[in-house]
Design a protein around this ligand. Sequence first.
Ligand SMILES: [Ca+2]
Ligand SMILES: [Ca+2]
Ligand SMILES: [Ca+2]
Length: 136
Amino acid sequence: MKTLSSLALLAAAIVVVTPAAAQDVMAADLNHDGKITRAEFTASRLANFARFDRNADGVVSQADLGRIARFRPQAGATLQQFIAAADIDHDGQVTRDELARAPTPVFDRADANRDGVVDGAETAVLRANFAQMRGR
Ligand SMILES: [Ca+2]
Ligand SMILES: [Ca+2]
Ligand SMILES: [Ca+2]
């Protein structure tokens, strides 16, 4: 069920702020300078694209769920939520290009002063929120 949890993670990185999504933002610091730029965030999101395109046809769509949908309706709902958020041309599938241009509500929320960079102070707030969410 590893694929399903990573699918949930990808959806979380796009549509909702969860502890997993907060972790996603922090994990996106590719050059380890303690700051996460929007470019780093979208690049790290894109890096996961191939993992979700399970049938390797270049798009993430319902077809990538395959038989899992029958046993795990929740996985289908998660995928639908992801497609709804990132499918810019509304053709029911998400291309790599669409994912690159998809909105970044999780990043935007972490970037409290909206300068396009989540810096050390903002990361600290994110970590604190994350710890609080875990503690609940
Ligand atoms: Ca696919
Ligand atoms: Ca599309
Ligand atoms: Ca900032």
